[in-house]
Write a protein that binds this ligand. Structure first.
Ligand SMILES: *Cc1c(COP(=O)(O)O)cnc(C)c1O
Length: 420
């Protein structure tokens, strides 16, 4: 199946007389005919058992997203943050480190630099533009993963995934990619060597601002028996000695994540959220196509305005990232644009408050055009130094182009620019 078809048909195949649409299974529990059957599930929880870590509606969506990314399995979480957290905790213990590109989502910076540090896990931030030799120097013997974003929020830097995968693999560690902005419609990071993908499904995948969620997808390609990951190859005493690589082969990572981390952290989405996410996924290909068309027009309009200092949209002809965008995002760079208005922070705020159609919200990648000032919102916790490292100017505006008629979007920008 091509991806448009997969968006509609993967994950759920009704049998004769069953509902055509994936049903919402609103039950936290499942019934079995014997105590022995339940006892077996505690050794090997491979059936639906309890809503803290599996549900048939969520399972259908997990199967669909795994297929869209070309992975062997997926696990949904109650937020994108939970997906990023578990993707690391599945590999790192206290005393370990991992490497992350510094141009990533502000919430992830905080999770990695502050909260994981409290748990004894060190995040080593690197500039993804550095040479391979330079990045190599950041590795330590206890480094267990490399993390980056395909299209960084909000810096809109395109990651050279192949380069990062090569460096990670040379060091026998997996590459984890946050693919939230492109979605598998615009980029499939496994095709470029990534091993694990995370998403905030709150964004384009849902697309309608009706559910918060995340997902982790496993490519099934990483060799966990390379010697660096004993938790994959030695018995897990919390499951009577199961050895993940032996029992589950190339699904070891995603099954370990569910059996250990979802069991203990319980950040599993509700069936109703998965149902809404599935509706979003069904129309994802048509929506992504139109976001790219609209955003390119808006970016080109902004570029021409003498009130704008700079526009970042990697698909623009004169973008310094055009070559990377052509390679990794040939069908477009999503609906998100960032730009800096002449006049700095105050002018930016005045412009945003003058918009009538675009809503001022803490959100991005919505079906409705929305706008946000990262320095006073999502990236508020970052120091000026971290802001610059994340590619954010204090006057920067993140503009998320929606699916309204693009002439209306441009008209709104025009009248707001006239007010500054
Ligand atoms: C929003 C976002 C997250 C966090 O997702 P939540 O669903 O808000 O927890 C992670 N990564 C990126 C790129 C995001 O845009």
């Amino acid at each position: 199946m091509k991806i448009e078809t997969q968006c509609l048909h993967e994950g759920y195949t009704p049998k004769n007389g069953e509902p055509r649409v994936v049903p919402i299974v609103q039950s936290t529990t499942y019934t079995f005919d014997s105590t022995e059957h339940i006892a077996k599930l505690f050794d090997m929880p491979m059936e639906y058992m309890y809503s803290r870590f599996a549900n048939p509606t969520v399972d259908a969506v997990e199967r669909k997203i795994a297929a869209l990314e070309g992975g062997v399995g997926a696990m949904c979480t109650s937020s994108g943050q939970a997906a990023s957290l578990l993707s690391i905790l599945n590999l790192c213990n206290a005393g370990d480190s991992f490497i992350s590109c510094s141009t990533i989502y502000g919430g992830t910076v905080n999770l990695f630099a502050v909260t994981l540090k409290k748990l004894g896990i060190e995040c080593i931030f690197i500039d993804s533009d550095s040479s391979e030799e330079e990045i190599q120097k950041a590795f330590k013997p206890n480094t267990k993963a490399v993390f980056g974003e395909t299209l960084a929020n909000p810096a809109l830097k395109v990651l050279d995934i192949e380069k990062m995968a090569k460096i990670a693999h040379k060091n026998n560690v997996p590459l984890i990619i946050d693919n939230t902005f492109p979605t598998p419609i615009l980029c499939r990071p496994f095709e470029f060597g990534a091993d694990i993908i995370v998403h905030s499904t709150t964004k384009y995948m849902d697309g309608h601002a009706v559910q918060g969620g995340g997902v982790i997808v496993d490519s099934g390609n990483f060799d966990w028996t390379c010697g660096k990951f004993p938790e994959f190859t030695e018995p897990d005493e919390s499951y009577h000695g199961v050895v993940y690589t032996r029992e589950f082969g190339n699904m070891a990572y995603i099954i370990k994540a569910r059996m250990q981390l979802m069991r203990d952290f319980g950040c599993y989405p509700a069936a109703n959220s998965a149902f809404l996410l599935n509706l979003g996924l069904e129309t994802l290909p048509v929506r992504m196509k139109q976001y790219c068309i609209n955003a390119k027009e808006v970016a080109e309009y902004l570029e021409k305005s003498d009130k704008i200092e700079s526009v970042v949209y990697p698909a623009l002809q004169n973008s310094d990232q055009k070559a990377l965008a052509d390679k990794y995002l040939p069908d477009g760079c999503s609906g998100v644009i960032t730009f800096t208005i002449k006049g700095g922070r105050e002018t930016a705020v005045k412009f945003m408050d003058s918009l009538k159609l675009a809503s001022n919200v803490v959100h991005v990648a919505d079906i409705r055009t929305c706008v946000l000032h990262p320095a006073s919102a999502t990236h508020r916790q970052l120091t000026d130094e971290q802001l610059v490292a994340a590619g954010i100017n204090p006057g920067l505006i993140r503009f998320s182009v929606g699916l309204e008629n693009v002439e209306d979007i441009i008209e709104d920008i025009k009248q707001a620019l006239e007010k500054v």
